[in-house]
Design a binder for this molecule. Sequence first.
Ligand code: NAP
Length: 336
Amino acid sequence: MSIKSLLPGALGFGTAPLGNMFRAIPDEEAAATVEAAWDQGIRYFDTAPFYGAGLSEIRLGDVLAQHPREEFVLSTKVGRVVLDEIEDPSARDLGEKGGLFEHGRPNRMVNDYTADATLRSIEDSLERLRTDRLDIVWVHDVAQDFYGDEWLASYESARTGAFRVLQKLREEGVIKAWGLGVNRVEPLELTLDLDEPKPDAFLLAGRYTLLDHDRALQRLLPAAAAQDVDIVVGGPYSSGILAGGTHFEYQKAPAHIVDRVERIKAVAERHGVGIKSAALQFSLAHPATAAAIPGATRPSRIAEDVTALGERIPAAFWTDLRDERLIAPDAPVPAA
Ligand SMILES: NC(=O)c1ccc[n+]([C@@H]2O[C@H](COP(=O)([O-])OP(=O)(O)OC[C@H]3O[C@@H](n4cnc5c(N)ncnc54)[C@H](OP(=O)(O)O)[C@@H]3O)[C@@H](O)[C@H]2O)c1
């Protein structure tokens, strides 16, 4: 089943930053950001237990509980169970992404992709989100960036645990769709090669952006399209650098990335195009992508996202990016 029919449009809202990803965000500012998304007409919201050890889910749930449940689509994730026990968030082992969410709740999180943990995680998420159902469930981060060379062992646990449980829940109509939510293409390529279970869609973060798309373009996206497995693009601004921020891959952007962004910006300025618009529309131009879910912690960002989606971008801008080898020659670009 294509999830395009399930999603209420190409623009959703990703709430990872609301788990205090980079800074301690006041509750009022977080709530105002979700309300701004609602007021701008956004009706697809993504969250996860991992985002601040439940903080993003709690903040999102507080606002969404004020709206009729049938009016929005909600996704969260499984793979990490949030416990009542307290730990030092800055001491967590998060692979390449050390320090992420150290301003979040201090609850201990346990990586667990088994069937039992999947069901428990869903129950806990429903409670934090103040809802009785989830629409989409993603199996979270079962990839190299969090598990290093051992990632295949976590993947195998997910394949025999979470994947099967989620497929059953979808068959029973408890959820509408499931898939993986990751920052790497390899687990998705592997999943497309499985006979069973079969996911409906993938949330791929950071790997189909204006800055980084070669690998996904070669094999993953054509294979996903051939199987009707849609892609939801997470991190369309590469965690901030493509939107005017300073982060790339959730760390301070290295010099070579800053240089590349400056080159893209120079082309954008020549054509009077906003780089944020180019980034968002590029991610959505591939036929395999169903939606993009930029994140934000400030209400004003949401209006920027909506404007970015609607900006008219001349074809000559994309031609120049191609000529300057800033995008792949065969990457689809939006119609002018
Ligand atoms: N493994 C997974 O499943 C996975 C991984 C990554 C992401 N995702 C999903 O994808 C969503 C989006 O990814 P993301 O939030 O990590 O990254 P993103 O959408 O690429 O970028 C969001 C960042 O851009 C910044 N930004 C936006 N406009 C800006 C401006 N005008 N000036 C400066 N900075 C600006 C925001 O800053 P402010 O905070 O200041 O507004 C925010 O920190 C996540 O929230 C999550 O739902 C999933």
